[in-house]
Design a protein around this ligand. Sequence first.
Ligand SMILES: [Ca+2]
Length: 83
Amino acid sequence: MKNRWILVACAGTLFSTVALAEEMGSEQKSFADLDADRSGTLSVEEATENRQLTQEWVNLDTNSDGLLEEAEFSRFNMTEVSE
Ligand SMILES: [Ca+2]
């Protein structure tokens, strides 16, 4: 009985580790990866893949045109590193 609980606990840890790894992987997508239509800018729809990018969107879209250019996106990468 005790072993069973240890197994459940281990499985839970494993699942949360996998989930975290997947989340971190998605956060590290490059501008080119996110720019699905190769327009040279990121739309809100393209940015939804990256939750943190979506959260920072208002701060990053400095010219408020609703799109992120590569220069604006590079500020997001710098923000991420400094945190
Ligand atoms: Ca913009």
